[in-house]
Design a protein around this ligand. Structure first.
Ligand SMILES: [Zn+2]
Length: 330
């Protein structure tokens, strides 16, 4: 995981946009955990309802350079996502999500921070989803809504509400990160994924370097690959550093998954994502080169017949159903 380098100094606890207490999302917590598999991380939750039954998700760009780099794809991705969800939040669409850029009272858009070194702009709510652009890194998203506290440490440590968007990425990559923002985990991290797909840790770009570290420390790679070893923060940081964590089974403790495993979900990676050699994955479709392959028969395991798949370019029917009926229903 990459941590934000910028020092954000926040003077006060969060001043949320709305007056009065936030309605809680308790009624949906049981249901969401089926889809989200086990726990939202500590201090995270669904986005609260902030007005008229709507969950307003305001976003701001870290700085104007970030805005210049990715605002076009972000705007277009949000429009595509809302279209898939049947339009604006409300009775007719059946969902309560509204995502829009934070605007000052005079209607001008503001970046999240000002100055050099940058400080959080006090006129912008601290709960805003902060969007950062990256030229050569990868897109990332924190899961769920950060309940606070909104102070310098939590924001600097990568908490708060934020996504990182890779310059030049397709709409779907932004939509996928927004899926995390809404609280969704990867479909391939569900507890039952091994029934549907074969995960080949050795094919992940980063595996060999991770193994060198693991061998020198006496760590068990099998445990690191499945995420069944969460005792040491040093080990946990390492699986993030080598991009192994994004395949770890999320519900270490078992969970109730929402609906059937969905190969068409916008929250599952394509076969070649993070491959050691994606061209070889494309040509050979074997666990030597493809981190994820799907089974094509009832046989399971390394020698079972399997095949690669490419990225779904839209939300699947079940994604839409989960968001509308289970998670962010109006
Ligand atoms: Zn993801």
């Amino acid at each position: 995981m990459k941590f934000l380098q910028l020092l954000l100094v926040i003077f006060m606890a969060a001043a949320l946009l709305i007056a009065g207490p936030l309605p809680t999302a308790n009624s949906t917590n049981v249901e969401i955990q089926r889809r989200l598999a086990v726990d939202l991380p500590e201090n995270r939750d669904l986005w609260p309802i902030t007005s008229n039954g709507v969950s307003e998700i305001y976003y701001c760009y870290l700085a104007s350079t970030d805005k210049d780099a990715v605002s076009e794809v972000v705007t277009s991705a949000i429009a595509q996502m809302m279209q898939s969800l049947g339009g604006y939040a409300g009775q007719s669409s059946g969902h309560r999500i509204r995502i829009q850029e934070w605007k000052a009272q005079d209607g001008s858009a503001s970046t999240c921070t000002t100055g050099d070194p940058a400080y959080w702009d006090d006129s912008v709510p601290k709960s805003c989803l902060m969007i950062t652009a990256t030229e050569d890194g990868m897109s990332e998203g924190r899961r769920g809504w950060w309940k606070g506290p909104y102070n310098a440490d939590t924001l600097r440590n990568g908490n708060g509400n934020r996504i990182i968007i890779r310059k030049g990425c397709p709409n779907l990559e932004v939509i996928h990160e927004l899926g995390h923002t809404l609280g969704l985990i990867h479909e391939h991290q569900r507890s039952d994924r091994d029934q549907y797909v074969y995960f080949s840790c050795q094919a992940v770009n980063g595996y060999d370097d991770m193994k060198t570290v693991a061998d020198s420390k006496g760590w068990d790679m099998n445990k690191l690959c499945t995420g069944r070893d969460d005792e040491s923060s040093e080990r946990r940081d390492a699986v993030w550093d080598f991009s192994i964590a994004i395949w770890n089974l999320m519900p270490y403790l078992g969970s109730d998954n929402y609906g059937d495993f969905d190969m068409d979900s916008f929250m599952i990676y394509p076969s070649m994502a993070f491959s050691k050699d994606s061209e070889k994955c494309e040509t050979h479709e074997t666990p030597d080169w493809c981190p994820l392959l799907r089974y094509t028969s009832n046989e399971k395991g390394l020698n079972a017949p399997m095949e690669a798949w490419t990225y779904s370019m839209q939300l699947s029917e079940r994604d839409i159903q989960a968001i509308k009926q289970i998670i962010y229903f109006f």
